[in-house]
Design a protein around this ligand. Structure first.
Ligand code: CMC
Length: 393
């Protein structure tokens, strides 16, 4: 193979240099710009985290206020966008709607598409971050046949998103701090995760010079897959299918012997070969939300805890280092917040948008940046000649 190395799934290939997030899979550690995820999740909100990921440092009070105000100011989408939404079937999967509508932003904002201009890059980044909650909420409202709710400039990012999701013309949404904090934490925990599949997709798409709206749409398409962002939806439907705590042991056994026809969704990770630190934080949030909503005896949560207990006592999972990942609990939290499971991956996309943008910006300004172009090991037919059609077998 000469100079080529064969590395399916890129297990041993570093595709770039990056200063944004860092995972130590053996220690179970995740850092954003050097800060441990536990500290960020407990001491900062999502907007501060966005600022950190995009700019490299946490904002001081004045920087924060300016930034949050600026983001809020860009949260409206072009009025024409609602007609684009109306072209979809009501039962369209929100991820297909998001791929399309985020990609379509490139046709609305020609004035920020010159990627060689840093001012354009900043403006596109701002637009993506600010408009993503509006688009995700619109995709939800459309799917349930309710009118779109316009964003409000005076609300915090995540409160604004929840209001756009849950307010109706008949009743405004009353912001609940515990629930906003829970969703904010989901956003923080999913904001970036080094060179995962969707981030690598964004970088690869961007390496050809494609505009950032198109690149993020490509990332959303990749995130949709059940082995990536679709895992929380799959995990919750698995928990629902199991149905009760006493059926857990039998189900876990059927996963191991292959008769379940599925993996244990929400378990395992390519990089974490120890506990996923995000899963610990998510489990904590899960307790808080269920407590706040008076759902402490929630059967789904009980089944989830039992799955974790059974799997962690089983050599199959322990020897393969298959621990719960962040998606295992995030489905239950989102469901308690009133978010339908078909939108879970959309919430993940909302959270990861900032990471995708930060990574795209980093790539564009990297002097080593070249078009991404993996090689292959050709295993097809050797050279042969075309036979005229009337002589083919
Ligand atoms: N349940 C049962 N067995 C599993 C699981 C699981 N969830 N995950 C891996 N295995 C087994 C697999 O069958 C293999 O066993 P063997 O060595 O006997 O063939 C071994 O563990 C190694 O698996 P792998 O496929 O080589 O591992 P990977 O690093 O390529 O896959 C993964 C990582 C996350 C795709 C995988 O663990 C998985 O499919 N998990 C379930 C889906 C899931 O929860 N995905 C969310 C990932 S985290 C969120 C995100 O970042 O998007």
């Amino acid at each position: 193979t000469g100079k080529l190395s064969y590395d399916p799934g890129f297990l041993a290939t570093a595709s770039c240099q990056s200063a944004i997030s860092y995972i130590d899979g053996d220690k179970g550690e995740l850092l954003y710009r050097g800060y441990p995820i536990e500290q960020l999740a407990k001491e900062c909100n999502f907007m501060e985290t966005c600022y950190l990921l995009l700019k490299g440092e946490l904002p001081n009070k004045q920087q924060y206020e300016e930034y949050a105000k600026n983001v809020a100011g860009y949260s409206m989408v072009h009025e024409q966008m609602q007609f684009f939404f109306r072209g979809f079937r009501r039962d369209a999967h929100p991820m297909s709607v998001l791929v399309a509508t985020v990609g379509a932003l490139s046709s609305f904002y020609h004035d920020s598409l010159d990627i060689s201009d840093p001012a354009h890059r900043e403006l596109s980044a701002m637009r993506l971050l600010a408009k993503m909650p509006t688009l995700v909420a619109m995709s939800y409202k459309y799917s349930i046949g309710q009118p779109f709710v316009y964003p409000r400039k005076d609300l915090y990012y995540t409160s604004n998103f929840m209001r756009m999701m849950f307010a109706t013309p008949a009743e405004d949404y009353k912001v609940n701090d515990v629930l906003v904090r829970a969703l904010d934490r989901i956003l923080i925990l999913h904001a970036d995760h080094e060179q995962n599949a969707s981030t690598s997709t964004v970088r690869l798409a961007g390496s050809s010079g494609a505009n950032p709206f198109a690149c993020i749409a490509a990332g959303i398409a990749c995130l949709w897959g059940p082995a990536h962002g679709g895992a929380n939806e799959a995990s919750l439907s698995m928990i629902r299918k199991i149905g009760s705590v006493d059926k857990v042991a039998e189900f876990v056994k059927s996963v191991k012997d292959g008769t379940a026809g599925t993996r244990l969704m929400g378990f395992g990770h390519r990089v974490y070969k120890n506990y996923d630190p995000r899963a610990t934080l998510m489990r904590e949030t899960c307790h808080e939300v269920l407590e706040e909503l008076g759902l402490k005896d929630d059967p789904l949560f009980k089944i989830a805890l039992e799955i974790e207990r059974v799997a962690m006592e089983d050599d199959y999972f322990v020897s393969r280092k298959l621990y719960p990942n962040v998606d295992f609990y995030s489905g239950i939290v989102q469901s308690a917040l009133g978010i339908p499971s078909s939108l879970f991956t959309g919430i993940f996309a909302l959270a990861r948008t900032v990471g995708w943008i930060a990574q795209w910006k980093e790539m564009i300004s990297d002097p080593d940046q070249r078009i991404g172009r993996p090689r292959q090991l050709y295993v097809g037919e050797p050279r042969r000649n075309v036979v005229p059609m009337d002589q083919r077998k």
